[in-house]
Design a protein around this ligand. Structure first.
Ligand SMILES: Nc1ncnc2c1ncn2[C@@H]1O[C@H](COP(=O)(O)OP(=O)(O)OP(=O)(O)O)[C@@H](O)[C@H]1O
Ligand SMILES: [Mg+2]
Length: 257
């Protein structure tokens, strides 16, 4: 058998054997991230031709796991899977409530997560369409988000700028400000958690990620979030030797609230 088919078949088998194991509490399967619904969602995405093989973990965070996937035509994709059990629903509700695009009036945790993932997908689409350097959104389903893999052709992911300090911080910061201006003025969004942890250093170009909490400018909290984001960046890049200030960045971005 073609080794790819064999692997896909093994995956198929795995999904079905996991399905048979019934566990009522949270419908867990023993494997931390792959509860029953996540497995079904991944299986659906595989059937739709979006992923063929799940390869390895890039990151295991508080709320989400990011894995590398391989598509049918052998391209890498990033697969971000939110874990229902460990998500911060209070935070999610806070960011969802002020957004006119999402009218989430539910206490159902699954529904909140699905709205959260849809929000990340819509934000990414809006940013990508506005020409901001973000991973290209591919699709989302339930608690799973598929986006462009940022990394090299061998599947090595680009590192956050926190871990991979830019070689020329001035130049990198300037590129970042150009992106920030488009983020706010063209996509009309505020990131809300912008820092070198959520900026990948892809060959000395900043790629902004993790936009689930990003809010539209109409959101009453947007101004405060932008102030916080700019303060964080100014602190981080000042530490790297860049001469900048809050006022200078604010003026450059010149947000219209
Ligand atoms: N498109 C991508 N390509 C390559 N690596 C990625 C991509 N998206 C995310 N990553 C990696 O996964 C990590 C976590 O991603 P992200 O910031 O989107 O999740 P998170 O919401 O911070 O996760 P958590 O809430 O679990 O902390 C990133 O720091 C980065 O290393
Ligand atoms: Mg992050």
């Amino acid at each position: 058998m073609d080794p790819k088919v064999a692997k896909a078949d093994a995956k198929h088998q795995k999904i079905h054997s996991e399905k048979r194991k019934k566990d009522s509490s949270e419908r867990k399967t023993g494997n931390e991230i792959f509860d029953k619904i996540t497995l079904e969602t991944l299986y659906k995405l595989a059937n739709q031709g979006h992923i063929d093989i799940l390869n390895g973990a890039i990151s295991t965070g508080k709320e989400a796991n990011v894995l590398t996937g391989i598509t049918d035509d052998e391209k890498f994709v990033a697969v971000k899977i939110y874990r229902i059990a460990t998500s911060d629903f209070k935070k999610m509700n806070y960011y969802l409530n002020g957004d006119p695009r999402f009218n989430v009036k539910t206490k159902n945790k699954r529904k909140i997560i699905y709205s959260w993932v849809t929000k990340e997908f819509k934000n990414l689409t809006r940013l990508y369409d506005a020409g901001v350097t973000v991973p290209k959104p591919i699709t989302s389903a339930n608690n799973v988000l598929l986006i462009e893999f940022i990394g090299d052709e061998n599947g090595n992911p680009a590192q956050p700028a926190k871990n991979q300090t830019p070689q020329n911080p001035d130049e990198f910061f300037n590129k970042l400000l150009v992106e920030l201006k488009k983020f706010v003025n063209d996509a009309k969004l505020v990131h809300g958690d912008l820092s070198n942890y959520n900026i990948l250093n892809k060959d000395e170009t900043p790629v902004i990620i993790d936009v689930s909490q990003s809010v539209v400018l109409d959101n009453p909290i947007s101004k405060e979030l932008l102030e916080r984001d700019i303060n964080t960046l100014v602190n981080e890049y000042s530490r790297l030797g860049v001469k900048t200030s809050f006022e200078e960045v604010w003026e450059y971005v010149s947000p219209k609230f």
